[in-house]
Structure formats: structure tokens, C-alpha cells
Design a protein around this ligand. Sequence first.
Ligand code: GLN
Length: 313
Amino acid sequence: MPNIQSLIEELHSKYQSHTEGSPASYIPELAKANPNHFAIVITTISGEIYKIGDTENTFSLQSTSKPFTYGMVLENFGREFVLSKVGVEPTGEAFNSIVELEKQTHRPYNPMINSGAIAVSSLIKGNNFEDRFKKVMSLFETYVGHSLSIDEHVFESEKKTAHRNRSIAHLLRHFDVIDDKIEESLDLYFKQCSILASTRDLSMMAATLANNGIHPVTKKVAVQEKYVGDMLSLMFTCGMYDSSGEWAYSVGIPAKSGVSGGIFGVIPGKMGIAVFSPPIDDKGHSVRGVEVFKDLSHKLNLSIFRVGNNHVS
Ligand code: GLN
């Protein structure tokens, strides 16, 4: 079995010099990210951590947050109701596509794209915005195992420039997928996208999913076991948007990316992997992140389609 620590060190030095892609700029604040930042962290379900690079540097979670709030609304409302609001089909479209509502039902296709995630945010329970926002924060805090904060600059920057997400939200309101609290749903969505976490945190969140929803260190239940499969299957089919097919082919594990440069992947029953590096490709995925995942999958035989035990016990 390859030594995990030396493998991630090798991949880190292999890809540090890659300069393709650039940090997202459609949210102006994200363009300020340091393109040289690069971190890889693997956390096992028993809480062992292998790490290299800028692992404690924090970044806004962006779309890597989407599976987690989806899990929360599934717990709160059950599958049937949530399925009536958001589907489970991949789109083959970009994450922010406007034409992403199902023809018959007008549901967003899935919760990993913006329309689905905004519909999910509209379902977050609570008496008022503060109450609902607290639920979101405490959810993510349970996944990481410590308190978290928001990058207010990223939040304001996205809120000010989110004409596309705002139009998606109005379309959702038109088709009665979300209620009248359009701006509140959007704010909840932008807030969850602005949560600051490190690569180490993201790998712990992934390891919590790998551990059936139980945090490997605190042992707290972040999500009920019965919904972990819902989250992972949607990450697998839709988590990398219109390159989910290519990802299944070349990496073969459930994963989710975010435009700030994070990607996390889950090896159920084994470990969580997180890679962070701000330069992204035209699909919105970290360029170094995608390369690292391809190599890790190959070297550790992680793909669920490769017969035989993978090289991690
Ligand atoms: N907040 C971002 C948006 O809605 C998240 C997108 C992403 O990370 N792919 O555009």
C-alpha cells in the first residue's frame, strides 16, 4: 500500500508549479484569492489526518456547502416532500444555468446546481432569518467540530452582483417552488456559500460523511445515517455539474466542488479527501484539485468501479 503522506507530498510538489486557470471573478471578492494557495488533506474515519500545504488557510465554501444543507432539509422534511421540490437528475448544464427546471414539474433538476440549492435554502426551518441562519451555522459547525464564521466581504460581494441567481430565484417563485421570501432565501444561500473553512475542515466534513454522518472525533451526529446515501449519490451524479460524467470516468468517487477552489470527495467507510487551490477551470473546478483527485484515485485505486480492494484500509 502506498504511503499516504508521501503520496500527497509528491502530488503537492508535482502540481504546485501548474499555473492553469484563474480564481473566480464573477464574485469580485473571490478574484482576490492567492492563486498559489494549495492544500491537500485526507482524514480517515478514525480521525487520522494526512496533510500538506496551506491546510489551515480558510476560504468560503461556496458550492461545497450544497450537499450539507440538502442533508439537513431531508432530515427536516423527509424524502417525499423534498423530492417534490428538487429532483435528482444531472443536467449536463453549468452550475448557474437558468434553463434548469424540469419541463413537467418545474422543479430544479438537482440540489447541487444553484437553482436546486436556492430551493433547498428556501426550506431551511426557523421563525426568522436569524433563526434560520443559526441552524445553517450550527449544522456546519457540527460537521467541522468547532465554531465557524462568515466571510462578510464575500457575502456582500456575491449579494451585490448576483443578478443571475436572483433571476433563478424569481423563476422558482414563479413556478411556486419557493415562497415569497425570495431575498431571504437568497441571503441564506449566499451566507452558506460564504462560510469560512479550511481544507482541513473540509476534509473532516467529508470524513464525517464517510463515517455515516458521525464526526470521527467528536462522535456527534451531523446527519442521520439514512440520508448520507442521498447526499453521496447526488454528489456522484451531479456534484461536478457538466463534468460529472468525466469525473465518474476518471476519478469515480462522490465529490463536490466550489468556485473558491475547494473540492471534497468521500470514500464511504474509509476517508474524506479535500483539496483547495483557487485557480478554476471553465466548469468552476479547481484545476490543481481535479488533477490531484485523478492521481489519488489512480494511485490508491479509489474508484468505485475498480474491482478489488482499494489501497486504504
Ligand atoms: N455562490 C456561488 C454561486 O452561486 C457558488 C457557485 C459554485 O461554487 N459553483 O454562484
